[in-house]
Write a protein that binds this ligand. Sequence first.
Ligand SMILES: [Fe+2]
Ligand SMILES: [Fe+2]
Length: 323
Amino acid sequence: MSTHDTITLAQITDVHLPPALTWKPWIWNLKRCVGLLNWYRNRRDLHLAPVAALIAADCVAQNPDHIAVTGDVASLGLPGEFAVGLTWLETLGDIARVSLIPGNHDIYTKGCDVACLREWATYMRSDAWGRDFRGGADGFPYVRRVGNVALVALNSAVPTRLFVAAGRIGPRQMQATAEILDRLKAEGLIRVVLIHHPPLKQQAPARRALEDAKAFEKLLKEHGADIVLHGHNHRDTLFWTGAEGGARIPIVGLATGSTGREHRHEPLARYNIYKISGRGGDARIEIITRGLESAGGKIIELRRQVLAPDATLAASGSVMSVP
Ligand SMILES: [Fe+2]
Ligand SMILES: [Fe+2]
């Protein structure tokens, strides 16, 4: 466990490593066939494995205390993708340093939830402190501690039908999360919540939204958190929530760690480093975004911003003056 005052937590999300093709016929349901077609038509020259490798290498070179990967490592949730994903995860570091949650492309269709949760299990479980904290309870949400920062990692990915990329937390995780947040608050720890889907209802249309977003926002307002980190929307966003008159909770969305060319709203690959200091309920959080300077270019610092309540996200890009 780190003991210094400022914790650096990196976040990488939505690298969408290429589908690991297999011709076992029972694997190819309609959703995967359409997904594969979409990959070849729209995504193959967008999500680039060499870019994901570059992002991982730059992140490791920055030597963060911990790295959170917020889902969509895979593309079609095919069996071979978990091995490929594991190899990429290992480039980030060992299981003590890397925390992973699944995205809807990891748990893509019926059956791959089992494979995903089994193959990536070691990156998706509480550390020794968290196991103790949770009284030995397994599964999501899992809890890890990095200095005075506690990570609360949820699984919002559920197998979905064709054209649906929605997610769900479910009552069991919801209740456990409420209890965990309360207990972490009592311990004065800084609470960082990880979830793949954007947690606010207005952040996504129904077919790709968190189905229980309304209940989850209520939970956040009642039990509090210092920051929520998510992926899924493939863009950088900053929203705020919180109870009336209470502490504001920043909801930070991050674009992908593999996009090699600009595409509609999706910017070039990047990742975030959160420099977190202070204590629970009164944390100072600075977000440093590093990513591709240009298509085929090198990785540079794109943005640096200290979170102030209700601030909007500063523009990124080389136009920013970086101290
Ligand atoms: Fe994604
Ligand atoms: Fe997603």
